[in-house]
Each structure stands twice: as C-alpha cells, then as structure tokens.
Design a protein around this ligand. Structure first.
Ligand code: BES
Ligand code: ZN
Length: 877
C-alpha cells in the first residue's frame, strides 16, 4: 500500500507557541463550550490562517496583534482534510506575535476519540457519564482548534469547568479551584502551564474517581514525584499493583535515561470505555480498566503481568515520545518500538523472576515475524499521509518488529553502551523533535561503530531473512533470502541483503560473534558438528536446518539439562522456527510433530506456551479436514498436555511462583480443549460447584480455562444453562474487570447456533456490551470453527450498521474486519471475501483486510499441501 496523497500538513505561515484553553463540558447534553487563545508567531505574510478542526463549530475568531483586533471575515471548513481556514483583513505581520481567540462548541462523542463521553454504572446501577480524551494520533483537533502535528510543540494553560463533586484532571497540577456560576453546582479548575509539548499528548478528564497515592524517592528525579491511581469510586485499592510498579518505573527510567521526570505529578486513570490499551498523555496516563486495576485476591496472574507491562510501557513514553518526539508519524515506531523494548526492560528490573526476555521471544517476536512474513507487510519506517494511514501502522511491525530490531542492536552493542547512546540522544534532543537518524548518530558516537548502516537495512526494508543451512564436512554454508509464509518468494519481491548477527552457539558453550553480510557464506564448525544459530534468539530471522541438524538438536532437548539448548529462549526459538517453516512448506508438518515429542520432560512455561500456539494453529487450520483426522490431532495435543495437567493439578500451591501458575493454566486449558478426559470431567465438576457458591472451586487463574472447556463440551439444555451462568458472571458488576472479561470472551466458545446468535446480538447492543469490548466477542466467534460462518454472515448482513457504529474509530473497525476473516483456511473463501469488498471504499482498513486475506491464503496453502502427509503420519503414529 503506497501513500495515495501527500502528507497532510498545515501551511507554515504562522507558528503556534502557546494555547490558553478553557472548556465547559455538559455531561447531560453531551456537548461542551470552549474557548482557545493561541499565541502565534508570524512567519510568512498571509491573510488566511489554516488550522485543524474536526466536528467543531467555530462561533467566532478574532486576531489580536498588539492593540489592534480583527474579527475573521470568513470561516470555511474542509471536512475531508479536517481543517478550518480563517480569513482576516490583515493577518499576522512577519516577525510579530498575535493572539488568535476562538470561541467554539463541540460534542462529547461516543466514539472513544477526541473529547468523548464514557459511560459507567453508579452505585445504584444507573448509567452515568464521564468525559475524557484520546488524541493520538490526530484527534486533538476534535477537541479544540489547533495545529495538530507532532512537531508543532507549544505550551498549554488548561482550565476546566466541572461538576463540583467530580475530579477534574489534566496534564499538570491544579493551581486554582474556585466556585463557578450562580447555581453553586460547578467549579472552575485551572492547571499549571505545561512544558513545551505536542498536541497529541494533551489530556483532560472529568469524572467521579477515588484515588490512592504514593511518592517516588527522589533519588534519580531530583525531588519526589507524586503518583496517583484514579479509579471508579470504591475500587481505587485495585490500583495498588500499578501504583507500586509506577513508583519503581519512574525511578528506574530517570536513572536509565539520565534525566529527571520533568512534571510534578503522574496521574494514572482507569477509563470505563477506552479505544486501545492505554495512552501516555504527559502526566495523565489513561488506561483501559483491565490494564490498570488488579485485585490481588480475585484477579488472574495473567493480568498481573499485563498491568505491570502496560504501566512501564506508558511511563517509558514520558521520556521517549513525550520529552523527545518523532518529527512525523512515519517514525511512529521510534516511540512505540522503543517503549516496548524499554518497557520490558523495566519489567525485567522489577520482576526478575518472570524471565522477561524469554517471554519476549515467545510472544513479541513471533507477532513481528508473523506479520512481516506477508507481502502485505510494510517497512518499519513507512510514509503515511493522513489520519487513516497513520492509524493503520499501530501494528506488530511498529511495536514488535521495531522492538525486536532494537533488542538485536542493543545486544550487539551491549545494553550498557546502547543505553549510554540513548542518554546522549535524550540530552541532545529533549523538549524537541528528533528522527531515527539522530538516534543512530548518538548510538554510533557512543559505540564507535556505524550503527546507521546496520539499522536502516532493518528499518527501511520490508521483511526479514530465512537462513538456509547446508552442512559440509567441517563447516556450514548459509544462504539468506526473504522469508514469506506463503512459501513462494519470487523475483518481484524486494531483494535485501541483510546484515545478520549469527550468534553461533557450539557444544563448548561458546557463542561466536559472527556476522552474515552476503547472500551466501560459509562458516567453520567444531568437530562434533553440534551447533545452534541465533543463541538466545536476540536476532530477527528464521533458520531452516537440514533434518540431520534438527534430530541432533532434538537429542539435546531430550537430555535432562537440555544440553546445547539449555537456554529456555533457545528451545522456544527452535519451536518457533520449525513451527513457522512448516506453515510455509520448507519443513513438513510431520517433522514438527516429531520434534514436539522431544519435549516430554520439559518444565518451562514459555516452551510449553510456544508448543501450544503451534498446535492450536495446526488444529484450527485443519478444521475442514475429516473428523477422524481432527480427532487424531486432538489426541496428539491431549497426549502432550494431559500428563502435564495431571502433574500440575487444579490446586494452586502457596509456594507456586507466577510462571508455575501460568503453566498450570496453560496445561489445563490445552488438555481440556483437546478433550483430555480427566481434565474435562474435573472442569465440569468445578464449574457447577462454583455456581453453587463454592467460590474456591475455581481459582481466579483458572476461570477462563474452565468456562472455555465447559462451553466447548456441554450440549443441549446443560449448555444453555452454563452459557446463561457465564453471561451472569460477565454482568456481575461486583467482580474485578478481568474476571468479567474472561466470562465475556468465553461466550463465543459455545457452538450452539442459538447461542452464537445471542452472542452476535449482544455485540450491537450497547446496554449489554460496551463498544470497547465488542471485539472480544467477535474474535472468539472467529476462532470457533463452528461459529465462524455465522460471524461472517452476520458481518456481511450488518456491514453498514457495523460501519456506521464503529467506523469513526479506525482501529476498532480494523479489528472487527480482521476477526471476521482470519479464521478461514480455503482459497474459495478468499475469493468470496474479496468479492464482498468489491466497490467498497476500504481505505480506512485496507491493511487489516489485505493482511487477513493473505493469512487465509497462507493457511489454505498449508492445509492443501500437508493434509495428505499429515493424515498418513497420524494413521501410522
Ligand atoms: N501510544 C499508544 C496508544 C495508542 C495506540 C494511541 C493506538 C493511538 C492508537 C500507547 O503507548 C500504547 O502503545 N498502548 C498499547 C498498550 C501497550 C502497553 C502495548 C495499546 O493501546 O495497545
Ligand atoms: Zn506505546
């Protein structure tokens, strides 16, 4: 997808330096009055001032230069470009300063973008609203007229008029709080002037919240920082985990970045309806509730990790993104990739027992490698012209490929050298904008190497290589070529010769720092011929080993200490490579199923997790194969996970660490959905016991697992009763968010057509399911092979309604399109889906559509190629 239009940027005849913004939201009528006074510098003579607005009504605009005041002669809107042009008699003289005074009116929309309303239930169960903001990337212009581009930094004075009993929050601390108006029901809250910042980081929230508070030590920040977690009344204590993590992260980042956090406070707020996961607004980070609130007693361990990570990721942005900002959105990855990598670095510092970098190899890298193995992928650095193009690159390439490439560089340079380079970059560019070239320069200076040459190969080119290994007498020959999961690289695909750190590990335990710089190179080996490439999986490539090498590595895995593969990340990496290469056809599915057998005595969660994800994708791709084949595949899966489930059991022990608890959940889930009898029987027993009020029958870690198993297994009336019970759990407002959410997300596991229709009906019913949560329903239905067609039919029949309900929110609509398509596995489907979109304007979700269709092609080719061999393999196994 290439840019269809030029970068949409504003004329540069004037330059904003300061905004004085006043807003008075009306939480009953869903509108607000606003006034903004913008200080401008005249740069080029012009009578017309053009700035961004979207769905705002400008009542008046006056330009004040010195004592002279001119009212706008004309106000015109360009709704496509989300701009307004104000024509004046004189304009701003070059070199002079002026104040543009605009009175306007806006709507508190329900699309989770701009200045929007978010519904919640009060203590009596009545639906009420709070007002909040989400501006990144291009929606500050929906809240107030502004120059809405990341490089046009300015300072902000913000004033909010709010109901007296509510909290009014913004980026800065409160400097005045006084009664407003005659009725005595309102207050006017004024906040301190912000530092110079980009518009997309401005934020304000008005709503009823409780909070808990802590202070940082001040050791690295110069002075203690006040940190608060704001949550709906009565739930603030659930912010304790996030608060503790935030205090540690702010201290850690001040040290790592060599620069104090520059604001006096950090507020973190749980928002009831939120588009993404969280947003790094400077000093006022907003979160989807599930990523901020965690109940030590009643929440699942899975959400402990995600909460800790999301907090660290957003706080990393306070430096990387907020203090130093990309010039334009083509370098979005600078923000997101870096916050991803350094966010995990902070989690690793706070929770060393979580083995974070193996987690990264298990989750983040495969997401990057998967998306980037499609022709419909894009380079990390990609030009984007307008709002819809910008939105669509918040994806696994910007986040996970970017973070993987940064990890590759940091482990090549050494993390200490890398961070020293980052400090240099931050010192040099703080309060300003910078580009990736600036970062490479600082890193090159620190390392004494040309970092740029290496990095641009990875950031400016799409894809990554597969290294094909051929074994000689005492050497290996390595050939690199682009990896595509369709398995059909041809002359038209971009040809890049990557610069690849090999990290060749040999049986003496040494890792050789070799680099592949050509398409084809030979490297010598020790006499025993035992080796593994990409030790610790710090580099971004796949390895295609010859069968003899795989059996040698399998032999190592079987050893009690796993021999050459003693590193967990190396075992995860091997599974990940073989598991992907079977999809694209370089290796056979049978050889993957053989390799799996070597892990019988495996203890590590991440290894099992990687095995589970490839087994799940095999089972899901084979969904149209004969029942007998599917049953045999389930048997393989059940034989793998059943013994593990038996070993770990259902009772969480006081001595179990977090990874053991994650492993238990994984084992029971995988055993249960593959019909392991003992697990299924126990899940059913515990489910009814739990509903009978025996709360301890299902540990919070295991609720999702049990719901999925029983809704998958029950039939008839029993299924309907169970389904209604799970729905009631979702609706129980007294439960922690994660517990309600796993209930919602499991409803789609039931295959009964009536229940599938009930799920679909809920998706469009705002009273039942918030817009932000609809995607949980669609994605589980899309993953359920027996509900997939019903979801697609529903999508086709309700396309216009879905588009008008969710279409304003570009990210949300892309997710819906993806979930309706991605489960299919036949080329006929690809054709019929393409036909459906003929004649539709798909620009706003083009990437999601292309990528989902291509991944269906990948699955279709895989099953076409390997269905027969797999059937034979299973029959003879
Ligand atoms: N800057 C993003 C928020 C964002 C995402 C804004 C998409 C606009 C569009 C934030 O820092 C972020 O990355 N949030 C993630 C969660 C994160 C911990 C991976 C998200 O929302 O998915
Ligand atoms: Zn981010």
């Amino acid at each position: 997808m290439s840019s269809s239009v030029e970068r949409q940027v504003l004329p540069t005849n004037v330059k904003p330096t300061h905004y004085d913004l006043w807003l008075k939201p009306d939480l009953d009528a869903f509108v607000y009055d606003g006034r903004v006074q913008i200080t401008l510098q005249g740069v080029e003579a012009s009578k017309v001032i053009t700035l961004n607005t979207n769905e705002l009504k400008i009542h008046s605009a006056t330009l004040n230069v010195g004592d002279a005041s001119q009212a706008a002669l004309d106000i015109s809107y360009d709704t496509d470009k989300t701009r307004a042009s104000l024509t004046f008699d004189q304009g701003v003289p070059v070199g002079a300063q002026a104040i543009l005074d605009i009175k306007f009116e806006g709507i508190l929309n329900n699309q989770m973008v701009g200045f929007y309303r978010s519904s919640y239930k009060d203590e009596e169960g009545n639906t009420k609203y709070l007002a909040t903001t989400q501006f990144e990337p291009t929606d500050a212009r929906r809240a107030f007229p502004c120059w809405d581009e990341p490089s046009l930094k300015a300072t902000f004075d913000i004033t909010l008029v709010a109901p007296k009993e509510m909290q009014a929050l913004s980026n800065m601390n409160v400097i005045a709080d006084e009664a407003y108006g005659e009725e005595g029901t309102l207050k006017q809250v004024r906040f301190a002037t912000t530092p110079k910042m980009s518009t997309y980081l401005v934020a304000f929230v008005v709503g009823p919240f409780d909070y808990i508070e802590a202070m940082t030590s001040g050791e690295h920040n110069g002075h203690p920082i006040q940190v608060r977690v704001y949550a709906p009344p009565g739930t603030a204590e659930q912010g304790r985990l996030a608060l503790n993590v935030a205090v540690k992260a702010l201290e850690y980042f001040a040290k790592v970045f060599g620069e104090p956090y520059p604001l006096p406070k950090m507020d973190m707020v749980a928002i009831s309806e939120f588009e993404s996961g969280a947003m790094e607004n400077w000093g006022l980070v907003t979160y989807r509730t599930i990523y901020l609130l965690f109940d030590e007693k009643n929440s699942s361990v899975q959400f402990k990790k995600s909460t800790a990570y999301v907090v660290c990721h957003e706080l990393a942005h306070q430096w990387f993104g907020n203090l130093v900002t990309m010039q334009w959105w083509n370098e979005l990855y600078l923000n997101e990739a870096f916050a991803t990598w350094v966010g995990w670095l902070a989690v690793d510092h706070i929770y060393p027992e979580w083995d974070i970098w193996t987690s990264f190899v298990n989750d983040d890298m495969p997401r990057a490698l998967k998306l980037d193995s499609l022709r419909s992928s894009h380079p990390i650095e990609v030009d984007v012209a307008d709002a819809s193009e910008i939105h669509q690159i918040f994806d696994a390439i910007s986040y996970d490929k970017g973070a993987s490439v940064i990890r590759m560089l940091s482990s090549w340079l050494g993390v200490d050298t890398f961070l020293a380079g980052v400090r240099r970059y931050i010192q040099r560019h703080k309060w300003e904008n910078a580009s990736s070239d600036n970062l490479w320069t600082a890193l090159s200076e620190e390392a004494g190497l040309d970092v740029s040459k290496f990095m641009t190969l990875w950031t400016k080119h799409v894809g990554y290589p597969v290294l094909t290994v051929q074994e000689g007498e005492s050497n290996i020959d390595i050939t690199q070529s682009r990896y595509l999961s369709t398995g059909d690289v041809n002359a038209q695909d971009e040809k890049t010769t990557w610069w690849v750190p090999l990290h060749l590990k040999t049986s003496d335990g040494q890792v050789q720092p070799l680099v592949l710089t050509d398409d084809h190179q030979s490297f010598s080996l020790p006499a025993d011929g035992l080796y593994k490439l990409n030790a610790e999986q710090t580099a971004l490539y796949r390895v295609l080993y010859p069968p003899s090498a795989i059996s040698r590595l399998a032999g190592e895995i079987r050893k009690p200490d796993h021999g050459l593969l003693s590193s967990t990340a190396d075992r995860v990496g091997l599974i990940s490579d073989v598991g992907s290469l079977m999809v694209s056809g370089e290796q056979s599915t049978a050889s993957f199923l053989d390799l799996v057998q070597a892990f019988e005595h495996e203890q590590q969660y991440f290894v099992w997790s990687q095995l589970a994800s490839h087994m799940a994708s095999l089972v899901s791709t084979w969904y149209e194969q004969p029942k007998e084949v599917r049953d045999q595949l389930l048997k393989v899966r059940s034989n793998l996970f059943g013994p593990l489930a038996d070993r770990l059991g259902w009772e969480v022990q006081a001595t179990d660490d977090d990874l053991t608890n994650l492993l238990r959940t994984l084992a029971l889930s995988n055993a249960g959905v593959s019909k392991h009898e003992a697990t299924v029987a126990e899940a059913k027993r515990r489910f009814w016991a739990y509903l009978d009020g025996e709360h301890e029958a299902i540990h919070p870690n295991l609720r999702s697992c049990v719901f999925n198993i029983v809704l998958n297994e029950f039939e008839g009336d029993e299924l309907t009763r169970a389904w209604d019970a799970v729905l009631a759990i979702y609706q129980d407002e007294s439960l922690p968010t994660d517990q309600r959410l796993v209930a919602l997300a499991s409803l789609g596991a039931a295959s009964d057509p009536v229940l599938v229709q009930r799920c679909l009906a809920m998706a469009m019913d705002e009273v039942q399911v918030r817009a932000q949560d609809v995607i949980y329903i669609f994605s589980t239905l899309g993953d359920n092979s027996k509900a997939r067609d019903a979801l697609w039919d529903y999508f086709v029949q309700n396309f216009d309604a879905l588009h008008s309900k969710f279409g304003q929110n570009i990210s949300m609509f892309s997710l819906i399109v993806r979930s309706a398509i991605r489960g299919y596995a036949s080329l006929d489907r690809v054709t019929s889906i393409q036909q459906f979109f003929v004649g539709k304007d798909t620009k706003e979700y083009a990437r999601a559509l292309d990528q989902a269709l291509e991944s269906v092609q990948v699955r279709a080719k895989w099953v076409q190629r390997d269905a027969d061999p797999v059937r034979q393999y299973l029959a003879s196994a």
